[in-house]
Structure formats: C-alpha cells, structure tokens
Design a protein around this ligand. Structure first.
Ligand code: ZN
Length: 313
C-alpha cells in the first residue's frame, strides 16, 4: 500500500483550500491568494498567526511553527504520520469530489481501514498505588479498574504513569505515558497512535445501557467523572472532536453532555463541538468556572453539575 502512495501527486491534486474547508477553518483574506487567521493546529489566541498561500498550496503558523503542505496539515490535525495523512488524502481524491459535502466525508471515514491495531503485548508490574494517582484524586480502586499505574520497566513508557487505551471493542491498542515529575513531554504516545479515531473509555461507556454520554478532554477528567459514579463518559484526549470520533459518538449515543475545561480553549472547543453535534443529537454544554478542569472537582460537585444541566434542559 505504502509504495503506491505518491506524495507529490497528492500535494498537487488536493487543494489546501478544500482541506481547510473540511476542517471548518475560518480565515480572512490578506492579499492575493493569501489568507490569515487563528491557527487550527495549536488553537492559540493569535488571530493572525496562521498564514495560508493558496497559490503555492502551503501554510505556516508563526506561533507554533507548524507549516508545510496539505500533507503536513492533515498530519498535524489528525495527529498522524505523513504516510497516514497521504493515505487519507489519497482515499479521498479517489472519489469524484471528496470534500464537497460532510456526508461524503463521513462515508469515507467509516470505510477507511482501521489503523489502530490491537497491541500484541501488555505491560506488567504496573503499580496502581503510586502516590501520583492519589495526588490527582484517583483512588486505587479506579486505578485498578482502568489499569493505570506507574511503570518502572524498560521501554518507551519507562518511569511514567501508564494509561491503557482501548478501542470501542475493548481491545488494548496503546499506552499513554504521563510523566510524574517535570519530564517532557507530559504525555507520551506511540507515534503511530491515531488519536482522531479513538475516544478514551469508549469501550466501557458504550457497553453500558445509557444513551447519554459525558465528553471530557483528558484521561484524568474521564477517570474522575467515572469515579463520581457517572460511567458513561469518554475523553477526547485533547479539545478537538475529529470526524471518526464524532461518528462513533453519534452511532452509539443520543444525548451528549460536553464537560470541557474552564479555559478559553475549552470554551471555544465546546462551542465548535456543540455546533458539529447539534443537528444530530441532544447536546448540553456544562461550562466550568475559570481555570477549573473536571479532574479538579469533587465527586459530589461533578454529580451536581451534571444533574443541574440535566434539569436545565
Ligand atoms: Zn499554530
């Protein structure tokens, strides 16, 4: 498959303009073929940081330094490799006008080959009683249930808190390694991990009887909400809802409650995500006070917040 991927012809065939439209990126014209706006990749504040040249089919962000061709753009947005980005773009250019409508895009998404294959190993000797977990308000019972704990063994995840990630069928597909000190990166994921296709905890949430799900940003938010007794909860592993994730949510749930972080990025993401979901299901947005994330809340506060928003409806 890889050897017939032709990067050059994909870059020529796919217009950055259509790709930007696909991701709902809004830009302002700043010159002939030139556009500027907020960067959809780092989603920072700078309203002029992200520059696009449609004639040259390239982009550059002066804040996060992301830049390049359509391939680089898709790789950055989807959190995937260039090869995977090429595969996706190539699959799309095979249909007549792939970027024309969302429904067409969704179809391509569901037909696409699944890239997150189950792991053929599991890490052993994980310490679910590590003090870092208690420090973040995660009980040992929750840690054991999620299989989260400190890993002292060899390899990529050495010396990190490991968080097993499963696909919707409950197959283990990756570990995320959270540093327990100041070590960067804070979260380490295997480079082949296709974040856009997976919702953390979807296997448990989907297995329940509820037709409502709470959507949070992070692993710890998710575990905290679960610990508060709300078992139907999934984590975006960021603040973007990608098409495959959206598709998976809509396929399984009829009501979605957004409980994202109480910061500008979280609120902005809530607005964008609610807009994407509203035509297709019931959506509630729970806004948290400034600087508050769900994982910092007490169980009873989480319960109350979600209860209150249910009554508001
Ligand atoms: Zn940027």
């Amino acid at each position: 498959m890889i050897n017939w991927l032709d990067f050059k012809s994909i870059k020529r065939a796919v217009k950055l303009e259509s790709v930007l439209r696909h991701y709902h990126v809004e830009l302002r014209r700043s010159g002939k073929d030139q556009y500027r706006g907020c960067c959809p990749i780092h989603r920072g504040e700078g309203r002029e940081a992200f520059h696009v040249n449609l004639a040259r089919n390239v982009f550059h962000c002066f804040a996060c330094e992301a830049g390049g061709t359509v391939l680089d753009f898709v790789a950055a947005m989807e959190g995937c490799s260039l090869v995977e980005a090429a595969r996706r773009l190539q699959a799309m250019t095979c249909s007549s006008d792939p970027w024309k409508s969302t429904s067409n895009g969704e179809e391509l998404v569901t037909k696409r080959r699944r890239v997150s294959l189950p792991l053929n190993f599991t890490l052993t000797g994980i310490d679910c009683a590590h003090p870092y977990l208690a420090g973040r308000g995660i009980t040992e019972k929750t840690a054991v249930e999620f299989g989260v704990g400190f890993y002292a063994g060899p390899g990529l995840m050495h010396g990190r808190l490991v968080i097993p990630i499963h696909n919707a069928d409950g197959e283990l597909i990756a570990y995320c390694g959270r540093s327990v000190d100041q070590t960067q990166p804070r979260y380490r994921l295997p480079s082949a991990f296709a974040k856009s296709e997976i919702l953390f905890n979807m296997n448990r949430a989907a297995a329940g009887v509820e037709n409502t799900v709470v959507v949070v940003e992070g692993f710890f938010d998710c575990m905290k909400v679960h610990q508060a007794g709300i078992r139907s909860v999934v984590g975006l592993m960021g603040s973007v809802l990608y098409e495959p994730q959206r598709h998976a949510l809509l396929e399984r749930f009829r009501h979605i409650t957004l409980l994202l972080d109480g910061d500008p990025a979280g609120r902005n993401a809530s607005t964008i995500i609610a807009k994407k979901l509203r035509p297709h299901c019931g959506v509630r947005v729970v806004l948290l006070p400034d600087g508050v994330q769900p994982d910092q809340l007490w169980a009873e506060d989480i319960g109350k917040l979600l209860q209150r928003s249910a009554n508001d409806d």
